[in-house]
Design a protein. Structure first.
Length: 135
């Protein structure tokens, strides 16, 4: 599973244009997070069609990159995201993006977009085993 991190301009309609184009091709966005800073920003997306998303972004000449995802289940309590993030840091894994993908009771499923999925799985161990299949 992959995340697409797309560079956007910080102006009205930037996100809408990309999301509408995906929707017109029948590609569903199942996870999303984004932010802006000064004149730019980025959105990280999980879709139901990696190949179609890649083709669309390339056809639109969007500046983007793909990143592997590791999905974990966390308890909905203060500090749980910090603990998972610390495990990744101690394992030498860089987090490129993070997106909550579902909440069920006191469990939150989180997708980490990381630079090394194998090392991330090793670092997160039991959190992956306890994870959800929400994506």
């Amino acid at each position: 599973m992959r995340a697409f991190i797309v560079e956007l301009q910080n102006q009205p309609g930037s996100l809408a244009a990309v999301c509408e184009a995906l929707g017109e091709r029948g590609i569903n966005i199942s996870g999303v997070a984004g932010m802006t800073w000064d004149g730019g920003g980025a959105v990280s997306m999980i879709t139901n069609d990696d190949a179609g998303t890649r083709t669309l972004l390339e056809g639109r000449s969007e500046n983007y990159r793909e990143v592997d995802l590791v999905v974990v289940g966390l308890t909905d309590r203060p500090g749980s995201l910090g603990e998972a993030s610390r495990r990744l840091a101690q394992g030498g894994v860089n987090i490129e993006a993070v997106m909550p993908t579902s909440v069920l009771g006191n469990r939150v499923t989180v997708a980490f977009a990381v630079n090394d999925a194998a090392k991330a799985r090793e670092a997160l161990g039991d959190l992956i085993a306890a994870g959800s299949t929400a994506i």
